[in-house]
Structures are given as C-alpha cells and as structure tokens.
Write a protein that binds this ligand. Structure first.
Ligand code: DGY
Length: 315
C-alpha cells in the first residue's frame, strides 16, 4: 500500500494512529533516513518536528504532497511561501501550547533570579552548611518592568504571569502600532503599552521573547540592542534561537553587564554553543516549552485534524 502520510514521529497520544487508520497508509520513518527519502515521492502529507527543516527541493521531490504538518506552533523551518505557491497546506498547532510555553518562561525566570539550580546543587552536594544572610541571593522581581517581545497569545499569557509577580508588562510587536495590548485573556482591565523597541529595552529589568523567528525578528536583539538594556537585566528566550545574538549575550554576561539569561531555545539547536555551559548566571533547558502531557496530546489532535481536512477537504 502506498504511503499517504509520512511522519518522523508517532507523536503523543492516539491522534496520528487514528489519522493513519482513516487515510492509510501511515509510515513512520526517521527524518531524512533512507526510508523517509524513499517514501517522500508518494507522500500526500508530511509530519515533521520543529527541528526538521523542509526545503523547496523536498517539495519538488514530493509531487503528490497536499499538506505539511509540524508538531509545533513555529513554522520557521518550513518553506511557507513555496507551499502557498504550490497549494500545499501548512498545518501547525497554535493556541494549545500557550500556557505551557508561558509556564516554562516563568520557570526559567524564577530559576534564574532565585538561583534554583545552584541551590539544589548545593544541597545535593552535601556541602550546605546552613542558612546564611547573603547566601545565593538574586534580584527581586516585584515592582520592576518586564519587556515582552511579541503580543500574541503566548506573550499575553506571560504578561499575566509577570503581572501576578508584581511586575509591569510592556510590549513590543512587529506591528509597532503603538497603543496598548490587552493581556487579560478576555478579562477587562489588563492592558500594557505597546512601545518601540528602542523605548522598551532601556526600561526592561526582565526581557522575555515570545515572537516568531521571521526575517524581521532574526537578529533583533543584536549587541547594540542588548547594550541598551539596564545593567543587571535578565533575558528569557522560549521563542526561537536566532532572535537573540547569543555571543553578544555571553559577552555581556561575562562582563557582568547582564544579570542572567535563561534559554529554552538555541540558534542552530540541538547544537548549543559550548561557551554557554561555562557562562555564569544562566539556566539552560532543552526546548521544553510545550512539554506537558496534555499539551502534547492536544497538539497531536489539532495537527491531525488539520491534516485530515487537507487530505479530505469538505465538499
Ligand atoms: C513550538 O511549538 O514552536 C514551540 O517552540 C514549542 O516549545
């Protein structure tokens, strides 16, 4: 039986198997393995992960392709314009990972500022000799401004968390239209100013990234931009590597100019610049933003529903 759906992973939960039963046959093959390459020409739908780029050459090699589904909200690894030109649907997973991703940004922020990993390591090492007045202190957050890059659902969800910590959210987004952003998730009375980047950065004791990686945001936080942050500022990136100039961030950490950097994503991941491992005041996670059981199941369901619609469009 020919392959209609070619996936690099079974995903989490039963959604992909259900889709395969509805549109046989489903083939699971590692990304760019000989089996994957062999099945590509007959595939009508591809399922890939955020770490598995698809190129225009892949589209040319897959003349029957109707849809590409990515198990992520981000689509920066897909040739979206070329797909549009060929009438190939791009299916992603917006909406269902909003809270999980905002939660991991909050976890990074608290781990970094309250030195959770260092404290845990100290106790676990057996070397802790008891409470001390100045032990493992970090900066408090209440009363400080939190710059948020990206005013979409994840940026807004993070703003609610920052607000709950007593911080003042400030937004920048790609529209740059000024005015305010409502971040209350439908609840009135929660709005924050939308500022130009040059105005937001010098005010941001915390800066959290929640915008997609696009031509406009690639390299947005370059050395010059980072140098305008207040001394001791903390940066959290759960969006995409490539938005932040990592070398400049490490230089500013080494120089004591930045207060900390918490990363869930990396430019060129899963490769991580080895210098991160020894740079002080960092917390490094392996792209866990959407990693809750409920979220990964919901992502699979949403993705497979979208692929089903592309494979059997309503008449
Ligand atoms: C996505 O789905 O694009 C996110 O990066 C998950 O963390």
């Amino acid at each position: 039986m020919s392959t209609r759906i070619l996936s690099t992973s079974p995903l989490v939960g039963p959604a992909l198997a259900d889709l395969g039963a509805r549109f046989p046959a489903l083939r699971l093959a590692p990304y760019r393995s000989p089996e994957w390459n062999a099945a590509l020409p007959e595939a009508e739908a591809l399922v890939v992960m955020l770490s598995e780029p698809i190129t225009e050459a892949d589209l040319a090699a897959a003349p029957r392709l109707k849809a590409i589904g990515t198990y992520s909200v981000g689509v920066n690894h897909l040739p979206v314009k070329a797909c549009q030109a060929r009438g190939i649907a791009v299916v992603n997973t917006p909406g269902v990972l909003t809270d999980a991703t905002a939660d991991i940004a909050l976890a990074l922020l608290l781990a970094l500022t309250r030195r959770v990993a260092e404290g845990e390591a100290l106790v676990r090492s057996g070397a802790w000799r008891g409470w001390a007045p100045d032990q493992l202190m970090g900066p408090g957050l209440a009363g400080k401004a939190c710059g948020i890059l990206g005013s979409g659902p994840i940026g807004q969800a993070f703003a609610r968390r920052a607000w709950a910590l007593g911080m003042t959210p400030l937004f920048w987004d790609r529209e740059g239209s000024g005015g305010t952003v409502d971040f209350g998730g439908g609840q009135a009375g929660f709005s924050a100013p939308r500022l130009p980047l040059a105005e937001l950065l010098p005010r941001s004791a915390v800066l959290s990234l929640h915008c997609p990686l696009t031509e406009q945001t690639k390299g947005l936080l370059d050395r010059g931009a980072l140098e305008t942050l207040p001394a001791g500022a903390v940066i959290i990136n759960t969006a995409r590597g490539g938005i932040l100039d990592e070398t400049a961030a490490m230089d500013l950490l080494d120089a004591g100019r930045l207060g900390g950097v918490g990363l869930d994503v990396y430019d060129g991941e899963p490769k991580v610049q080895p210098r991160w491992f020894t740079t002080p005041r960092t917390v490094l996670l392996p792209h866990l933003g959407s990693a809750t059981v409920e979220t990964r199941q919901a992502m699979a369901r949403l993705l497979c529903d979208g692929l089903a619609a592309a494979l059997a469009p309503a008449r």
